[in-house]
Design a protein around this ligand. Structure first.
Ligand code: GDP
Ligand code: IMO
Ligand code: MG
Length: 428
């Protein structure tokens, strides 16, 4: 069981941080493979709550080596402040490894992110404003700055100048902003170089060796399947590939090495930012899910949009990720509803549709077709085994499993590490 991928099966915030942390004690490496500090992963250990943005959730497990892979975009200021915040709380971060090929988010990327959103007006994506899109755009345009560039001053200068030559034209002429001076950016980046240096490593070599030696490596996705730039609700997506294939490109590990792909699936649905969301609720049920589920963004503090469980999306996540298992989270939040609607298919222009339509226009018109499942009122937060759950909660889980196309191997019944029902071990 050497390599597993753990990723979001919906629009992010499914509870990936908790799930990764839960496994972290039994794995040797936890690897972020895409995204950056747009992620907000909450981990609750005892009475301590941690909000991680850039660092892999495995950083909280002492035996585990956390890795930032080549596919991640790294804001060096955020990296250092997140590390020192954890150090202040007594967490040992010295094992961290960072790929020299990861791209850097610089102040001009965050500036371009924010002004672009403003320029888009009501067509905006609702990004986290962390410079993610512009940094990936530079990577693809081959004008990005990589972690390794911090250690060759003249290359760094040339690359920052090349990137800013073009960007300053846009900032000044299109957005009416002051040009950014290359020298200042170079100076700021060089200021981080020595502090970051001890962590920089050839992570693809280390990870491939580890897998060959039988070590357990867990790839932790940020965001979720429907935010994937290829497979999500484009253009209302992030600019990377959170789906399973992203783990290969974002960490330099071949698909033949990956043995298990776990989709983290919330027992209902949430989304932050703009874009289609068929089961979204605008009534008191939506408000109740938001309040009971604590559905407020970890990164931007925005209220999350809330809706019922959508089995069409879960099936799609199974398909595009090749999921072997689901980890169903936040089942406890649904306690107290007499009946729980579950979206089993869509109605699009008068026709019943069972699979996610590839056409965005169709998806925008999709109306959920609901099946009503009986609810439960008993407190389930202390449940340790599946049979501890009330019959109707068991039936809800079984119904979701059948509709979603992969076994539910764990169930979250509370935010804490121990508030989990394990059905099949992920590590056997
Ligand atoms: P991530 O981005 O996927 O890591 O998820 P977030 O941390 O942004 O949001 C998930 C929220 O749900 C966090 O506040 C977690 O502490 C919380 N959480 C995770 N699993 C459970 C669960 O099973 N029950 C409850 N009530 N909360 C959970
Ligand atoms: P975790 O890892 C939920 C959303 C933003 C926006 C879109 C693009 O905590 O699940 P970006 O800044 O990435 O260019 O924004 O993606 N988004 C997330 N939504 N959870 C996240 O991360 C997200 N990261 C980005 O709200 O709609
Ligand atoms: Mg989150």
């Amino acid at each position: 069981m050497p390599a597993l991928v753990l990723l979001g099966a919906q629009w992010g915030d499914e509870g990936k941080g908790k799930a990764t942390d839960l496994l972290g004690g039994s794995v040797d490496y936890v690897v972020r493979y895409q995204g950056g500090n747009n992620a907000g992963h909450t981990v609750v250990v005892g009475d301590q709550k941690y909000a991680l943005h850039l660092l892999p959730s495995g950083i909280l497990s002492p035996g585990c080596t956390p890795v930032i892979g080549n596919g991640v975009v790294v804001d060096p200021a955020v990296l250092l402040s997140e590390l020192s915040g954890l150090n202040d709380r007594g967490v040992d971060t010295s094992k961290l490894l960072i790929s020299g090929n990861a791209h850097l988010i610089t102040p001009y990327h965050t500036t371009v992110d924010k002004v672009t959103e403003r320029f888009l007006g009501k067509r905006k994506i609702g990004t986290t404003g962390r410079g993610i899109g512009p940094t990936y755009a530079d990577k693809i345009n081959r004008v990005g700055i990589r972690v390794q560039d911090l250690y060759d001053e003249s290359i760094l200068e040339q690359k920052v100048e090349a990137a800013l030559d073009f960007k300053n034209q846009i900032l000044a002429k299109l957005y009416n902003r002051r040009a950014i001076e290359a020298g200042q950016i170079v100076e700021e980046l060089l200021g981080y170089a020595e502090q970051i240096k001890p962590y920089v490593a050839d992570t693809t070599l280390i990870l491939n060796n580890a897998i060959d030696e039988g070590k357990v490596v867990l790839f932790e996705g940020g965001q979720g399947t429907l935010l994937d730039v290829d497979h999500g609700t484009y253009p209302f997506v992030t600019s990377s590939n959170p789906t399973a294939g992203g783990a290969c490109t974002g960490a330099g590990v071949g698909p033949t090495k990956i043995s298990r792909v776990i989709g983290i699936l919330k027992a209902y649905t949430t989304r932050v930012g703009a874009g289609p969301f068929p089961t979204e609720l605008f009534d008191k049920d939506g408000e109740a899910l938001r309040t009971i589920g604590g559905e407020r963004g970890v990164t931007t503090g925005r209220d999350r949009r809330c809706g019922w469980f959508d089995a069409v999306i879960a099936r799609y996540a199974t398909r595009v990720n090749g999921l072997t298992d689901f980890f169903l989270t936040k089942l406890d939040v649904l306690t107290g509803w007499e009946q729980i609607p579950v979206c089993v298919a869509y109605e699009i222009d008068g026709k019943r549709v069972e699979e996610l339509p590839y056409s965005q226009s169709d998806f925008h018109h999709a109306k959920p077709i609901y099946e009503m499942l009986p609810g439960w009122s008993e407190d389930i937060t202390k449940a340790k085994t599946f049979s501890d759950l009330p019959k109707n909660a068991q039936a809800y889980v079984k119904a979701l499993e059948e509709m979603s196309g992969a076994p539910i191997s764990a169930i979250g019944v509370g935010p804490g590490r121990t508030e989990t029902i394990e059905i099949n071990s992920f590590l056997s």
